[in-house]
Design a protein around this ligand. Sequence first.
Ligand SMILES: C[C@](O)(CO)[C@H](O)COP(=O)(O)O
Length: 229
Amino acid sequence: MTAAVVILAAGSGSRVGAEVNKVLLPLDGLPVLAHSVRTVLTVPGLDPVVVVCRPGEESEVGTALTPHLGARDVLLVPGGTTRHGSEQAALAVLTPRIEQGEVDVVVIHDGARALAPAGLFEQVVDTAREAGGAVPTVELAGLLTRDPTAAPPRGRLVGVQTPQAFRAAPLLDAYRAAARDGFDGTDTAACLERYQPELAIRAVPAGPANLKVTYPEDLEAASRLSSAG
Ligand SMILES: C[C@](O)(CO)[C@H](O)COP(=O)(O)O
């Protein structure tokens, strides 16, 4: 059995302020997206790799990734209008492999988190096989609140990242239920928490180095972090 990986690269990238999709911007000489794909391809047992791109960008994304694939292949899938819609598009492609028992875990990753290390992919897959689901988390230095008088105690909040991994069968069931309801979650864990509440989802400690390229300055920060690591 293998763990399938879905890399989401269909976002609008409006906050990075570039003309092109932010995952195609260069980071240390390679497209942002190529970093994650290269990392995933080094981890044994991760197959297939699905890259969800903006409809119409298949050829651009394919061209950006081809030099990094070696003998491997990735499945390019046109995404939806939301993150959840893009996840649904990837799951539609993976469904036969899940139903035939070839794929037992699905990992969902942000294409814009270029620096997620290979070890984090291994950890979330192992944890999902053991417990049901796994989500990387990072401690938050400050407090997050809408109302300062109602701030929760320090130390109780964590930031959530990707790669997130889940057993494939409950993931599929959750997304089928979400489709029936028209639910559109912010991340994969939100959908599982709603439709598979009995599934144990464990936090896997990660770090601030696993940043998501969202704003222009994040490219510089990512470059500094990658040369430091
Ligand atoms: C899932 C996520 O990475 C958690 O931090 C984040 O919400 C993704 O945000 P995006 O704007 O959908 O890329």
